[in-house]
Design a protein around this ligand. Structure first.
Ligand code: CA
Length: 367
C-alpha cells in the first residue's frame, strides 16, 4: 500500500465514521447494542438439599423466570447443596467467583462474619415484617452490603421462614430446669442461649435430624415450621410440639451475587434480577404461611401431636439469657456491636408502632 493510498483510506474511514455518527446520533456507544445480544451463563449454588420444597424449588423457579424475562440473555444453572460444592461452601464459592450466585441464610457464615447473624435472625429478634422494614427501608441492607463487601459479595433478602416453632420434645418443659442436660439440635445464637440455660446444643444438618431424634442421640430438636417439620417426619419421633420459636422469629434467606459478575451485567438485566429477587423474598413467605396452616391442622388431627406453648417464665429466662449472649458477642467484636446497636434501635422503635397496630389488633380479635 502506498503512502497516498493509506492517507486516502484513513480519510475515508474518518468520513465514514462521522457520517455513521450523524445518521445514528443516539447510537454513540455500541455497548447498548452489545448488551442486548450478549448471553450470560451463570451458575448458582445453594445450601439446600436437592428438591427441598419452597427454598430449592423456589430458586429453580427464579432461574426459569430470569431466563424468560431476559429473553434468554441470562441463563442461570442451579445446583443444590453438594451437587457442585458442599452446602456450607456456598459463601466461598461465590466470593471467589467459582460461581456467580448463591442462596442460603446469613447465619451460616457466623464464623467468618459474626454480625451477619442479624441479617438472618437472632433469638427474640424481629419477625419477617420487621426484618423487611429494617432491611429495605431502615438501613439494614446498607449494613449488610458493607459486611459482605470485603468478600466481593452483594447480598439481597430472598425469602423468610416466618416465626418458626420452638421444637419437638419427648418430655414437657414446665420450668427452665427442664432444659438442663437436654441434648437439643439448635443452630446459631439460640444454641449459646440454650447452653447458658444448662442444655447441650448439638448442630446437625437437616438430613440427620430425624434419625438422631428417633434413636435418642438427641432429646429434642428444632427445625422450622409445621410444613417443613412435617416433611421431615419429626412427628413420628416426638410427641410435644412447642411454640413459639423464640430462637428464630423470622429467618431471612439470602441471595449472594459475586460483585464482579454483577458489574458485568447490563443495567436492564440487573433490574430484572433485582425485581425477581424481591418477588422471591415475598413468594417464600406467603407460600409457607399458607402451607403451615394446613400442616398444623394435619399434625394435630391426623398425627395427634400435642401443640404446647412454652410457659411465660421459661421464655422470660431465655430472653434475659439472650441479652447476655448478644452483649458478650458485642464486647468481643466491633462490627457485631455496630450492627447490634442499629438492629436493636430499629426493633425497639418498631415495637412501639407494632404495639398499637398488629399487637393491639390481635388482642382485639381475641376479646
Ligand atoms: Ca430453625
Amino acid at each position: 500500500m502506498t503512502k497516498t493510498t493509506s492517507i486516502i483510506c484513513v480519510l475515508f474511514s474518518t468520513l465514514a465514521f462521522f457520517i455513521g455518527y450523524q445518521l445514528h446520533p443516539k447510537n454513540q456507544s455500541t455497548s447498548e447494542t452489545v448488551s442486548t445480544t450478549k448471553t450470560f451463563h451463570w451458575k448458582m449454588v445453594t445450601t439446600w438439599p436437592p428438591n427441598f420444597p419452597i427454598y430449592q424449588t423456589g430458586v429453580e423457579d427464579f432461574a426459569k423466570d430470569i431466563e424468560l424475562m431476559s429473553v434468554g440473555r441470562l441463563k442461570i444453572k442451579v445446583f443444590a447443596g453438594g451437587e457442585l460444592v458442599p452446602p456450607l461452601q456456598t459463601f466461598d464459592a461465590v466470593s471467589q467467583g467459582a460461581v456467580q450466585m448463591g442462596h442460603g441464610a446469613a447465619y451460616y457464615w457466623a464464623g467468618k462474619v459474626p454480625a451477619a447473624q442479624f441479617m438472618s435472625t437472632v433469638p427474640f429478634g424481629m419477625t419477617a415484617k420487621g426484618m423487611n422494614a429494617w432491611l429495605y427501608n431502615g438501613g439494614g441492607l446498607e449494613l449488610w452490603r458493607e459486611l459482605y463487601k470485603p468478600f466481593n459479595l452483594i447480598p439481597f433478602p430472598a425469602g423468610n421462614s416466618g416465626v418458626q416453632m420452638g421444637g419437638w420434645f419427648n418430655r414437657k418443659i414446665n420450668t427452665v430446669d427442664d432444659l438442663k442436660g437436654l441434648k437439643m439440635r439448635m443452630p446459631g445464637l439460640g444454641s449459646k442461649v440454650l447452653a447458658k440455660a444448662g442444655g447441650t446444643p448439638i448442630l446437625l444438618a437437616g438430613g440427620e435430624v430425624y434419625t438422631a431424634l428417633e434413636r435418642g442421640t438427641i432429646d429434642a430438636t428444632e427445625w422450622s415450621g409445621p410444613f417443613l417439620d412435617q416433611r421431615l417426619g419429626l412427628y413420628r419421633a416426638a410427641k410435644y410440639y412447642y411454640y413459639p420459636g423464640w430462637h428464630e422469629p423470622g429467618t431471612t434467606l439470602e441471595f449472594i451475587i459475586n460483585s464482579h459478575a454483577w458489574a458485568e451485567l447490563p443495567k436492564d438485566l440487573q433490574k430484572i434480577v433485582e425485581i425477581r429477587i424481591h418477588s422471591l423474598n415475598h413468594q417464600i413467605q406467603h407460600t409457607l404461611a399458607a402451607l403451615n396452616i394446613k400442616a398444623l391442622q394435619e399434625l394435630k388431627e391426623k398425627y395427634h401431636v400435642k401443640v404446647l406453648e412454652f410457659p411465660p417464665d421459661v421464655l422470660k429466662k431465655l430472653k434475659s439469657l439472650t441479652s447476655e449472649v448478644l452483649e458478650e458477642n458485642a464486647a468481643e467484636n466491633m462490627s457485631f456491636k455496630k450492627v447490634y446497636e442499629a438492629y436493636k434501635k430499629f426493633q425497639i422503635d418498631n415495637a412501639v408502632w407494632n404495639a398499637i397496630s398488629n399487637d393491639a389488633y390481635s388482642r382485639a380479635l381475641q376479646e
